[in-house]
Write a protein that binds this ligand. Structure first.
Ligand code: BES
Ligand code: MN
Length: 457
C-alpha cells in the first residue's frame, strides 16, 4: 500500500467516533421531501450538508435553489494534470417515517443498538452520503486528494427527482466530469460486496374513482348505485392476468428481453426463493410466470398498489357507501419502457374497462426511465478492486429493483457512466419503520471508497 493510502485508511479508522456522531446529527433532521410541512427541515438538511462539505475543504460550496428542493454542490479540483474528475451523487432527503408507532426508538432520534444505527435515512442514504464525504476527507487529511471531485447532493430523490433534469441541463459545465459515483444502491449481504449495473425506472400514479356526489347511507341507497370502492377493486384486479403479467395494453412492447448469458450470470448469484421468503416474511412468493426471483426483481417490470383509500376505515363500524375511492399505483420499469407511454397505457386500460357508472381521473406523481450501466468501464474495475481489497473477494454484479433517477439523467444529459454501489443491506428496512444501517459494513464502505480514490489516480 502506498504511504498516502495507508495513512488515509488509518485516519478514516481514527475518525469513526466523529463520523458516527455527525451521522446521528444529520439523521436527526426530518428532511422528508414529500411533506410540504418539512420544507424548513429540508432547508436545514441542505445547509447542514453544505457546512459539512465546507468543513472538509470543498471549494465553491453552494446551496442552489430549484423549483423544488435545493441542490448542494461542492468541488475539489486540485488533483493536477491528467487526474480524472468524479461526480459524487447523493440525496439528503428521506421517505416519511409513518407508521410512527412501530418504531422502537424515534425515527429522527438516531439510536445505536449493538452494531446498528437506527433512524430514518440511516441507510437510505445519509449514511452513504457521509461515507463518501468521510473518504474524501481522509484522503485530504492524508495530504493530497488523488483525483478531482464534485459533489451533487439533491433533496428530491425520494419523490422521483422532479427538478434534477432541469438542474443538470442548466449546469452542464459546472457538473462536467469523467464519470459519476452513485452510492445509493446496496449490497446483497454483509460479506457480498456488490455493484449494481441496472436500476429500474418508475411511473407513479394516483387513480381516483368518483360515484355519488356525497357519501350515502348504505341502507337507504345501497343496491342502486355502483360503489366506487368496488369499481376500483375490480379495475385493479384486472390489471394482472393469471400468469401475473400486466394487462395494460402494450405494456411489454418495449421491454428489452434478457439474453442467455445474462440469465446464466444472474442464476449464479446464491440468492433463491428461500432467501427472499426470509427477507420478506411473506407466507409465499409470487410474481410473473417464467422468471426467477432475481430476474423478476431487476429485469422485469411490475405494477403495484402502494395505497388504497375509500369509505370508513376508523374503529368500529359505519354503514356508508363512499362517494369516491383512490389508489396509489406505481410501475417499476425496465429498459426501454417510457414512463409517459405507460401513463397513456393506463389511461387506455381505464377507458376500456371503467364502467359508465363512475367518473375517474389519473394524477401523475413521478416518472423516470430505467438505466443500464457499463459493467466493463475502468471506473467499475477500479471500484471492484477497491471492494476486493476490503472484503477479500470480488463484487457480485446485480440488477436492482429500486430506482435512482439520476443515473439515466447523467447518461443522457452529461454523457457519463455511473458506478452504482452502496453499503445498505437488504434487511435495513429502507422506507419502513426501524430503518437501520449496519455500522461495520458502512465503515468497510468508507475504506473501500478510500481505496477507490487511490485506484483511480
Ligand atoms: N436508494 C433507494 C433505491 C435503492 C434501494 C436502490 C436499495 C438499490 C437498493 C432510493 O433512495 C429510492 O428508494 N428511490 C425511490 C425512487 C423513486 C421515488 C423514483 C424508489 O426506488 O422507490
Ligand atoms: Mn436512496
Amino acid at each position: 500500500m502506498s504511504d498516502q493510502r495507508a495513512k488515509a485508511i488509518q485516519i478514516a479508522h481514527e475518525q469513526r467516533q466523529t463520523f458516527l456522531q455527525e451521522l446521528k446529527e444529520f439523521a436527526a433532521i426530518p428532511s422528508i421531501s414529500t411533506a410540504p410541512e418539512s420544507k424548513p427541515d429540508i432547508n436545514r438538511a441542505a445547509a447542514w450538508t453544505a457546512r459539512k462539505l465546507e468543513s472538509i475543504g470543498m471549494r465553491n460550496v453552494r446551496v442552489i435553489p430549484t423549483a423544488g428542493h435545493p441542490v448542494v454542490y461542492g468541488e475539489h479540483l486540485q488533483a493536477g494534470d491528467g487526474a480524472p474528475t468524479m461526480l459524487i451523487y447523493g440525496h439528503y432527503d428521506v421517505q416519511p417515517a409513518e407508521p410512527l408507532e412501530l418504531w422502537k426508538s424515534g425515527a429522527f432520534e438516531p439510536t445505536v443498538r449493538g452494531d446498528e444505527l437506527f433512524a430514518r435515512g440511516a441507510s437510505d442514504m445519509k449514511g452513504q452520503v457521509m461515507a463518501t464525504i468521510a473518504a474524501v476527507d481522509a484522503a485530504l487529511q492524508a495530504g493530497h486528494l488523488p483525483i478531482n471531485v464534485k459533489f451533487l447532493i439533491e433533496g428530491e430523490e425520494e419523490i422521483g427527482s422532479p427538478s434534477l433534469e432541469k438542474f443538470i441541463l442548466e449546469n452542464k459545465e459546472l457538473l462536467a466530469s469523467d464519470f459519476a459515483l452513485n452510492p445509493d444502491t446496496g449490497m446483497l449481504a454483509p460479506d457480498f460486496p456488490t455493484i449494481t449495473y441496472a436500476l429500474r425506472g418508475l411511473a407513479y400514479f394516483e387513480v381516483r374513482v368518483y360515484g355519488p356526489d356525497h357519501d350515502l347511507h348504505s341502507g337507504l341507497y345501497g343496491g342502486i348505485v355502483h360503489n366506487p370502492a368496488q369499481v376500483l377493486c375490480e379495475l385493479i384486479a384486472g390489471m394482472h392476468d393469471e400468469q401475473n403479467r400486466i394487462t395494460l395494453p402494450g405494456f411489454y412492447d418495449r421491454v428489452r428481453p434478457l439474453d442467455t448469458d445474462e440469465r446464466a450470470a444472474l442464476a449464479r448469484l446464491p440468492f433463491g426463493e428461500d432467501y427472499f421468503l426470509k427477507q420478506t416474511g411473506a407466507p409465499a412468493l409470487r410474481g410473473e410466470a417464467g422468471y426467477t426471483v432475481i430476474e423478476r426483481l431487476g429485469a422485469r417490470p411490475t405494477l403495484e398498489v402502494n395505497g388504497l383509500l375509500s369509505g370508513y376505515t376508523g374503529e368500529g363500524s359505519k354503514t356508508v357507501l363512499p362517494a369516491w375511492a383512490m389508489a396509489k399505483i406505481s410501475c417499476r420499469l425496465v429498459p426501454d419502457q417510457d414512463p409517459e407511454e405507460v401513463h397513456q397505457q393506463l389511461l387506455n386500460y381505464l377507458e376500456a374497462h371503467a364502467p359508465e357508472t363512475v367518473r375517474w381521473e389519473v394524477l401523475v406523481h413521478a416518472g423516470s426511465p430505467a438505466s443500464i450501466s457499463n459493467r466493463e468501464s475502468s471506473w467499475v474495475k477500479a471500484f471492484a478492486r477497491a471492494q476486493e481489497a476490503v472484503w477479500g473477494k470480488p463484487p457480485a454484479f446485480r440488477r436492482e429493483g429500486g430506482s435512482v433517477p439520476v443515473v439515466i439523467l447523467f447518461q443522457n444529459l452529461l454523457g457519463i457512466e455511473s458506478v452504482n454501489t452502496g453499503f445498505g443491506l437488504p434487511d435495513d428496512r429502507a422506507h419502513s419503520p426501524n430503518e437501520k444501517v449496519h455500522l461495520p459494513t458502512l465503515y468497510r464502505g468508507v475504506d473501500a471508497l478510500v481505496h477507490f480514490l487511490y485506484n483511480l489516480a
